[in-house]
Design a protein around this ligand. Structure first.
Ligand code: DX5
Ligand code: ZN
Length: 218
């Protein structure tokens, strides 16, 4: 099975994000992960749809947009127009989940649901037939560079078993604190997409680091 790598640009400097996107674009990874934060759903503020549309022109890779925001319905069209290929929102928001899923799907965009570490995977059950990917957070959402939460591995395993037993077609993306060792544990538990931020950005060469992570798993 192919393991997809999705570098999170949160590790880069926002001052020259186009260079960051170009460096990732030169690598062989398939996705680029955009961490959108509103300072309300999570205690951090990053960027909005304008930022994504500004860098869209620099890469044809899949824009894996992770919305850590409330009021997703209000801003959804903006993220669609910005050029998102996958839009993942959080199950914990206070909105009509089924409505958000169908709104995203009618735009021919892949739909994902993310869950925080404290959210049981079983809460996803009503939606698993309708979505394309799940993001399992292995850190508390809001900041890069946090420590991987080992206790989320069981959740990945249980979710993967449920997906296989029910012949569902949902990708399992893991997000937070990923490096070679933690990524391997997640893949062994059943994940097929890995997000990596600080692990890549703390290395000398972002393109090379992205390729090395891709080659390690494929
Ligand atoms: C955290 C974000 C993650 C994070 C990944 O809220 O969703 O994508 O930035 O960064 P690292 O790999 O540094 O944990
Ligand atoms: Zn993320």
């Amino acid at each position: 099975m192919n393991i997809t790598i999705s570098p999170s640009i949160l590790g880069g400097s926002f001052a020259n994000m186009q260079d960051t996107v170009k460096l990732i674009d030169q690598s062989k990874v398939e996705y680029i992960h955009f961490d959108v934060m509103d300072g309300d759903f999570v205690p951090n503020l990053t960027f909005g749809p304008q930022f994504i549309s500004n860098v869209r022109q620099y890469s044809k890779k899949i824009f894996d947009v992770h919305l850590m925001i409330n009021r997703v319905g209000k801003f959804l069209d903006d993220y669609v127009k910005a050029g998102s290929d996958i839009i993942t929102f959080h199950l914990e928001i206070d909105e009509n989940i089924k409505e958000l899923i169908s709104k995203i799907k009618t735009n021919n965009i892949k739909c994902g649901i993310a869950i925080k570490p404290a959210t049981p995977w079983e809460d996803l059950k009503p939606y698993l037939n309708d979505i394309d990917q799940i993001i399992i957070m292995t850190v508390e959402p809001g900041f890069g560079g946090q420590k991987f939460m080992e206790d989320q591995l069981l959740k990945i395993e249980q979710l993967k078993n449920y997906i296989s037993q029910n012949q569902l077609h949902v990708d399992l993306e893991v997000d937070g604190g990923i490096n070679y060792e933690k990524g391997k544990k997640c893949v062994d538990a059943g994940a097929n997409i890995l997000v990596a931020g600080s692990f890549l950005f703390k290395q000398e060469n972002l393109t090379q680091a992205s390729n090395q992570l891709y080659d390690f798993f494929n």
